[in-house]
Write a protein that binds this ligand. Sequence first.
Ligand code: SF4
Length: 237
Amino acid sequence: MDENVNENVNENENLNMNENANGNANQIQSQGENDGRRSAAWAALKTAVQACERCELCRTRTHVVFGQGAADTPLVFVGEGPGEDEDAQGMAFVGRAGQLLTRILSAGGISREEVFITNVVKCRPPGNRVPTLEETMMCGGFLEAQLLLLRPKILVCLGGTATKWILKTTEGISALRGRWFEWRGIEVFPMFHPSYLLRDESRRKGSPKDLTWQDVQALKNKLDQYKNKVGHDGPDT
Ligand code: SF4
């Protein structure tokens, strides 16, 4: 990862730890400065990702897909990598799988506009193959920086690649979905990737769609718990 980005991320984390040191006036001033630095770090990160040529995926991409959505959100989704539509548009989860995800979330009372969504790798693997371990290792630092700056309360890992990268596990997504885990103080909730749901149309009890519907309802309940607590803020996107 870009050295300046790392410095900015670390600097902002240190600032966050010092936020409560003084009185209200100082807190407000400090918060304003902190917000400004987080936004600057976010912009630097975005610039670094857009220009990245660290792995072979840069050679075949049309666009880098940084991710998009609300920065002041308690809920972030992370998938595997951009597909054909995402590569063409430079936007995450805008193809058929993304549209299905939008519909499922909407049915569960969660709007796409209120979440941030991205992927472990920011460039499309040719033919939509699974990214290699080397590619995820190269690109994963960018995701880590995004999460440090966004500071969500809940991180939904869509599919096995994202779940394995975050939880550092070899267990399959079928065993992990619908369960709560923790990563650096963030609640992690693995779910099936929507592209998997496109391959199995069944809605029978226990089918991937049925299980995903249960997961979305559990996610909505957890999200409401956080929304009823103190507000959340993040960098300008
Ligand atoms: S996939 Fe990630 S590490 Fe590889 S070129 Fe794209 S942005 Fe860089």
